[in-house]
Design a protein. Structure first.
Length: 248
């Protein structure tokens, strides 16, 4: 799962996704600033209402609002709704209507952050594409109307799936020592490839489901190798023996 990511710059989003981002002008909301955390302001891209290929960019809250909620976000951060498990998205009340109604989106991300614990301490990996282009992360979206003010608040969540078998992504997140390596249920967000954007945004639920299979996760070489190489170098030094009193 992901709890921190960097929104791609406005010009990059407009160029790569072929959308016009209405932000920063007179009477418009400011463009989201990186990084974005749970219930922060981010950006998602959904199918437009006009031409079949049209897409529109929307600024909204990263964290879906439960249907009967009286506030757009919980009083505390114990309950996070910025990630939704694909295995239960069709049953969970917060996400069910968005998923079954086909309200799917692409979430532009310059990078997203995940923890690596192979040294015994948390090392954050900023996961970028090797080619420098934005990720288009799979998401669902909704709109919530404030019961007192009438304000309409767009909100969205990233979808996650099991990545225990992925050569690179299985290295992330703190492992449970009580479980075998192939049963950790480590989670990953799912990038959608450009050739699948149309099917993701406008296809049926079953068509969208096929795009979220674990075997469709990006190959290791599609990721910027920097974070893994730095951790591997550190692990090699640790095997030789760290300095007294320090892992580094």
């Amino acid at each position: 799962m992901c709890n921190l990511y960097n929104v791609s710059p406005k010009e990059e989003v407009e160029r790569h996704f072929r959308v016009v981002v209405k932000a920063g002008g007179a009477g418009e909301e400011a463009y989201p600033q990186a990084p974005v955390g749970p219930f922060g302001r981010g950006l998602f891209i959904r199918a437009g209402s006009a031409a079949a290929e049209a897409r529109e960019a929307v600024i909204g809250q990263w964290g879906m609002v439960p249907p009967r909620s009286k506030q757009p976000r919980p009083a505390g951060r114990a309950i996070l709704t910025n990630n939704a498990r694909i295995e239960s998205v069709a049953e969970r009340p917060t996400y069910r209507d968005a998923w079954l109604s086909g309200r799917r989106c692409l979430i532009p991300a310059q990078s997203y952050q995940e923890p690596n614990w192979e040294t015994g301490r948390n090392i954050w990996w900023p996961l970028r594409r090797a080619d420098g282009l934005p990720w288009a992360l799979a998401g669902i979206w909704s709109e919530w109307q404030h019961p007192e003010t009438g304000e309409l608040i767009p909100n969205y969540s990233m979808l996650t799936l099991n990545c225990d078998a992925h050569p690179l992504l299985k290295r992330l997140h703190k492992p449970d020592p009580a479980l075998p390596p192939d049963a950790q249920d480590k989670r990953a967000v799912m990038p959608i490839r450009p050739e699948d954007w149309q099917a993701w945004l406008r296809g049926s639920v079953s068509e969208a489901q096929t795009l979220l299979a674990a075997e469709r996760l990006p190959a290791p070489e599609e990721f910027d190798p920097g974070p893994a190489e730095q951790t591997d170098a550190l692990l090699a030094r640790l095997r030789k023996g760290p300095p007294q009193g320090s892992l580094f």
